[in-house]
Design a protein around this ligand. Structure first.
Ligand SMILES: Nc1ncnc2c1ncn2[C@@H]1O[C@H](COP(=O)(O)OP(=O)(O)OP(=O)(O)O)[C@@H](O)[C@H]1O
Ligand SMILES: [Mg+2]
Length: 242
Protein backbone atom coordinates (compact mmCIF):
# COMPACT_ATOMS: atom_id res chain seq x y z
CA UNK A 1 0.00 0.00 0.00
CA UNK A 2 2.85 2.36 0.86
CA UNK A 3 6.32 1.95 -0.65
CA UNK A 4 9.34 4.14 0.06
CA UNK A 5 12.31 3.35 -2.11
CA UNK A 6 15.69 4.92 -1.40
CA UNK A 7 14.18 8.07 0.09
CA UNK A 8 16.52 10.88 1.13
CA UNK A 9 15.58 14.18 2.71
CA UNK A 10 17.79 17.04 3.81
CA UNK A 11 17.03 20.23 5.69
CA UNK A 12 20.01 22.30 4.57
CA UNK A 13 23.10 20.51 5.84
CA UNK A 14 21.05 18.17 8.00
CA UNK A 15 20.49 14.78 6.37
CA UNK A 16 17.21 13.78 8.03
CA UNK A 17 16.15 10.71 6.04
CA UNK A 18 18.89 8.44 4.74
CA UNK A 19 18.14 5.81 2.12
CA UNK A 20 14.80 4.83 3.61
CA UNK A 21 13.30 1.65 2.14
CA UNK A 22 9.96 0.77 3.65
CA UNK A 23 7.07 -1.31 2.34
CA UNK A 24 3.78 -1.37 4.22
CA UNK A 25 1.27 -3.97 3.09
CA UNK A 26 -2.48 -3.48 2.91
CA UNK A 27 -3.94 -3.95 6.38
CA UNK A 28 -0.56 -3.86 8.05
CA UNK A 29 0.06 -1.85 11.22
CA UNK A 30 3.60 -0.51 11.51
CA UNK A 31 4.83 1.18 14.68
CA UNK A 32 7.70 3.61 14.12
CA UNK A 33 9.81 4.24 17.19
CA UNK A 34 13.17 5.82 17.91
CA UNK A 35 14.92 8.67 19.68
CA UNK A 36 13.91 12.30 19.32
CA UNK A 37 15.21 13.86 16.12
CA UNK A 38 15.65 10.52 14.33
CA UNK A 39 13.31 11.55 11.50
CA UNK A 40 10.05 9.81 12.45
CA UNK A 41 7.80 12.83 11.91
CA UNK A 42 9.59 13.78 8.72
CA UNK A 43 9.06 10.24 7.44
CA UNK A 44 5.31 10.54 8.06
CA UNK A 45 5.15 13.97 6.51
CA UNK A 46 6.81 12.84 3.29
CA UNK A 47 4.11 10.18 2.79
CA UNK A 48 1.33 12.72 2.36
CA UNK A 49 3.73 15.19 0.83
CA UNK A 50 3.71 17.75 3.60
CA UNK A 51 7.46 17.49 2.95
CA UNK A 52 9.06 16.98 -0.44
CA UNK A 53 11.93 14.52 -0.82
CA UNK A 54 15.35 15.05 -2.40
CA UNK A 55 15.73 11.62 -3.95
CA UNK A 56 14.07 8.23 -4.08
CA UNK A 57 10.43 7.42 -4.73
CA UNK A 58 7.21 7.04 -2.75
CA UNK A 59 4.07 5.32 -3.97
CA UNK A 60 0.69 4.95 -2.30
CA UNK A 61 -1.47 2.12 -3.62
CA UNK A 62 0.85 1.77 -6.60
CA UNK A 63 0.80 5.41 -7.64
CA UNK A 64 3.61 7.95 -7.24
CA UNK A 65 2.80 10.94 -5.07
CA UNK A 66 1.29 13.75 -7.13
CA UNK A 67 3.18 17.05 -7.27
CA UNK A 68 0.33 19.47 -6.70
CA UNK A 69 -3.23 20.58 -7.45
CA UNK A 70 -6.37 18.44 -7.24
CA UNK A 71 -4.38 15.22 -7.43
CA UNK A 72 -2.46 16.25 -4.34
CA UNK A 73 -5.67 17.13 -2.50
CA UNK A 74 -6.97 13.65 -3.36
CA UNK A 75 -3.77 12.06 -2.05
CA UNK A 76 -4.12 13.98 1.22
CA UNK A 77 -7.63 12.54 1.51
CA UNK A 78 -6.38 9.01 0.82
CA UNK A 79 -3.63 9.34 3.39
CA UNK A 80 -5.28 10.33 6.66
CA UNK A 81 -3.06 11.97 9.23
CA UNK A 82 -3.48 12.57 12.94
CA UNK A 83 -0.87 14.71 14.67
CA UNK A 84 0.24 15.13 18.24
CA UNK A 85 -1.40 18.51 18.63
CA UNK A 86 -5.13 18.74 18.18
CA UNK A 87 -5.53 20.40 14.82
CA UNK A 88 -9.29 20.73 14.59
CA UNK A 89 -10.78 23.96 13.28
CA UNK A 90 -11.53 25.90 16.47
CA UNK A 91 -14.34 27.99 15.03
CA UNK A 92 -16.23 25.03 13.58
CA UNK A 93 -18.34 22.50 15.46
CA UNK A 94 -17.27 18.89 15.81
CA UNK A 95 -19.80 17.91 13.14
CA UNK A 96 -18.56 20.62 10.77
CA UNK A 97 -14.97 19.51 11.33
CA UNK A 98 -15.87 16.02 10.18
CA UNK A 99 -18.06 17.05 7.22
CA UNK A 100 -15.86 19.81 5.79
CA UNK A 101 -13.37 17.68 3.86
CA UNK A 102 -16.08 15.36 2.59
CA UNK A 103 -18.02 18.30 1.16
CA UNK A 104 -15.05 20.29 -0.17
CA UNK A 105 -12.72 17.58 -1.42
CA UNK A 106 -15.00 14.59 -1.97
CA UNK A 107 -17.95 16.71 -3.16
CA UNK A 108 -20.25 14.67 -0.94
CA UNK A 109 -23.76 16.18 -0.51
CA UNK A 110 -24.11 17.77 2.95
CA UNK A 111 -26.82 15.40 4.15
CA UNK A 112 -24.82 12.31 3.30
CA UNK A 113 -21.65 13.86 4.77
CA UNK A 114 -23.49 14.50 8.03
CA UNK A 115 -24.81 10.94 8.19
CA UNK A 116 -21.29 9.62 7.66
CA UNK A 117 -19.89 12.05 10.24
CA UNK A 118 -22.42 11.07 12.91
CA UNK A 119 -21.76 7.36 12.33
CA UNK A 120 -18.00 7.92 12.63
CA UNK A 121 -18.36 10.08 15.75
CA UNK A 122 -20.41 7.27 17.29
CA UNK A 123 -17.75 4.78 16.29
CA UNK A 124 -15.00 6.71 18.09
CA UNK A 125 -17.24 7.25 21.11
CA UNK A 126 -18.01 10.98 20.85
CA UNK A 127 -21.42 10.79 19.19
CA UNK A 128 -22.90 13.07 21.84
CA UNK A 129 -20.48 15.90 21.14
CA UNK A 130 -21.38 16.69 17.52
CA UNK A 131 -22.69 20.21 18.11
CA UNK A 132 -19.92 21.35 20.47
CA UNK A 133 -16.80 23.31 19.58
CA UNK A 134 -13.38 21.67 19.96
CA UNK A 135 -12.43 23.81 22.99
CA UNK A 136 -15.44 22.33 24.85
CA UNK A 137 -13.98 18.81 24.53
CA UNK A 138 -11.23 17.04 26.44
CA UNK A 139 -7.96 16.38 24.64
CA UNK A 140 -8.84 12.71 24.27
CA UNK A 141 -12.21 13.56 22.77
CA UNK A 142 -10.63 16.07 20.38
CA UNK A 143 -8.11 13.51 19.24
CA UNK A 144 -10.91 11.01 18.58
CA UNK A 145 -12.73 13.67 16.52
CA UNK A 146 -9.49 14.17 14.56
CA UNK A 147 -9.46 10.42 13.84
CA UNK A 148 -13.13 10.53 12.75
CA UNK A 149 -12.36 13.48 10.49
CA UNK A 150 -9.55 11.58 8.78
CA UNK A 151 -11.71 8.45 8.46
CA UNK A 152 -14.50 10.48 6.84
CA UNK A 153 -12.29 10.82 3.77
CA UNK A 154 -12.20 7.01 3.41
CA UNK A 155 -8.41 6.91 3.56
CA UNK A 156 -6.41 3.98 2.23
CA UNK A 157 -3.83 4.46 4.94
CA UNK A 158 -3.73 6.32 8.24
CA UNK A 159 -0.61 8.03 9.58
CA UNK A 160 -0.43 8.82 13.27
CA UNK A 161 2.36 11.01 14.64
CA UNK A 162 2.43 10.59 18.41
CA UNK A 163 -1.32 11.02 18.67
CA UNK A 164 -1.37 10.50 22.44
CA UNK A 165 1.76 12.30 23.61
CA UNK A 166 0.02 15.62 24.32
CA UNK A 167 -2.77 13.94 26.30
CA UNK A 168 -3.28 13.68 30.02
CA UNK A 169 -2.51 10.08 31.06
CA UNK A 170 -6.13 9.13 31.76
CA UNK A 171 -7.08 10.02 28.17
CA UNK A 172 -4.36 8.06 26.43
CA UNK A 173 -6.17 4.75 26.58
CA UNK A 174 -9.42 5.94 25.05
CA UNK A 175 -7.50 7.10 21.97
CA UNK A 176 -5.33 3.97 21.80
CA UNK A 177 -8.49 1.85 22.02
CA UNK A 178 -9.95 3.59 18.97
CA UNK A 179 -6.67 2.94 17.14
CA UNK A 180 -6.67 -0.71 18.21
CA UNK A 181 -10.20 -1.10 16.86
CA UNK A 182 -9.15 0.53 13.59
CA UNK A 183 -6.25 -1.92 13.34
CA UNK A 184 -8.59 -4.86 13.99
CA UNK A 185 -10.88 -3.55 11.24
CA UNK A 186 -7.99 -3.93 8.80
CA UNK A 187 -6.87 -0.32 8.29
CA UNK A 188 -3.34 0.14 6.97
CA UNK A 189 -1.61 2.20 9.65
CA UNK A 190 1.77 3.82 10.25
CA UNK A 191 2.00 4.91 13.85
CA UNK A 192 4.83 6.96 15.33
CA UNK A 193 4.52 6.33 19.03
CA UNK A 194 6.18 6.35 22.42
CA UNK A 195 3.52 3.92 23.66
CA UNK A 196 5.53 0.72 23.74
CA UNK A 197 2.52 -1.22 25.02
CA UNK A 198 0.58 -0.23 21.92
CA UNK A 199 3.51 -1.07 19.64
CA UNK A 200 3.84 -4.47 21.31
CA UNK A 201 0.17 -5.40 21.24
CA UNK A 202 -1.31 -3.71 18.16
CA UNK A 203 1.50 -3.47 15.60
CA UNK A 204 2.44 -6.21 13.17
CA UNK A 205 5.91 -4.75 12.80
CA UNK A 206 8.14 -2.34 14.65
CA UNK A 207 10.40 -0.04 12.66
CA UNK A 208 13.22 1.43 14.74
CA UNK A 209 14.81 4.63 13.45
CA UNK A 210 17.95 6.42 14.56
CA UNK A 211 19.86 9.24 12.85
CA UNK A 212 17.60 9.24 9.81
CA UNK A 213 17.98 5.53 9.11
CA UNK A 214 15.85 2.48 9.66
CA UNK A 215 18.25 0.65 11.92
CA UNK A 216 16.16 -2.39 12.62
CA UNK A 217 12.68 -3.75 11.94
CA UNK A 218 10.96 -6.84 13.23
CA UNK A 219 7.69 -8.20 14.61
CA UNK A 220 7.12 -6.70 18.08
CA UNK A 221 7.81 -9.89 20.03
CA UNK A 222 11.19 -10.27 18.36
CA UNK A 223 12.05 -6.59 18.52
CA UNK A 224 11.19 -6.11 22.19
CA UNK A 225 12.38 -9.57 23.21
CA UNK A 226 15.75 -9.55 21.48
CA UNK A 227 16.70 -6.32 19.75
CA UNK A 228 19.77 -6.85 17.57
CA UNK A 229 21.36 -3.42 17.21
CA UNK A 230 23.15 -1.60 20.02
CA UNK A 231 21.08 1.52 19.24
CA UNK A 232 17.82 -0.35 19.75
CA UNK A 233 19.04 -2.04 22.93
CA UNK A 234 20.13 1.31 24.30
CA UNK A 235 16.84 2.99 23.33
CA UNK A 236 14.73 0.22 24.84
CA UNK A 237 16.72 0.20 28.09
CA UNK A 238 15.89 3.90 28.43
CA UNK A 239 12.20 3.81 27.52
CA UNK A 240 11.26 0.56 29.22
CA UNK A 241 13.02 1.02 32.56
CA UNK A 242 12.64 4.69 33.42
N1 LIG B 1 11.23 22.06 8.78
C1 LIG B 1 12.42 21.74 9.28
N2 LIG B 1 13.50 22.51 9.02
C2 LIG B 1 14.73 22.17 9.50
N3 LIG B 1 14.98 21.09 10.24
C3 LIG B 1 13.95 20.29 10.53
C4 LIG B 1 12.62 20.56 10.08
N4 LIG B 1 11.79 19.59 10.53
C5 LIG B 1 12.57 18.74 11.23
N5 LIG B 1 13.87 19.16 11.24
C6 LIG B 1 15.00 18.45 11.87
O1 LIG B 1 15.04 17.15 11.31
C7 LIG B 1 15.40 16.19 12.30
C8 LIG B 1 14.32 15.13 12.36
O2 LIG B 1 13.14 15.70 12.88
P1 LIG B 1 11.81 14.89 13.12
O3 LIG B 1 10.80 15.86 13.60
O4 LIG B 1 11.49 14.10 11.92
O5 LIG B 1 12.25 13.91 14.29
P2 LIG B 1 11.38 12.94 15.20
O6 LIG B 1 12.03 11.60 15.13
O7 LIG B 1 9.97 13.05 14.83
O8 LIG B 1 11.61 13.52 16.69
P3 LIG B 1 10.61 13.60 17.93
O9 LIG B 1 10.61 12.23 18.57
O10 LIG B 1 11.24 14.61 18.83
O11 LIG B 1 9.27 14.02 17.43
C9 LIG B 1 15.59 16.95 13.61
O12 LIG B 1 16.97 17.21 13.75
C10 LIG B 1 14.82 18.23 13.38
O13 LIG B 1 15.37 19.28 14.11
MG1 LIG C 1 8.28 13.77 15.79
Amino acid sequence: MVVLDGVNKRFGALHVLRDIDLTVARGEVVAVIGPSGSGKSTLCRTINRLETIDSGAITVDGRPLPEEGRELARLRAEVGMVFQSFNLFAHKTVLENVTLGQIKVRRTPREKAERTARALLDRVGVGGQADKYPAQLSGGQQQRVAIARALAMEPKVMLFDEPTSALDPEMVNEVLEVMRQLARDGMTMIVVTHEMGFARSAAHRVVFMADGRIVEQAPPARFFGSPRSERAKDFLSKVLHH
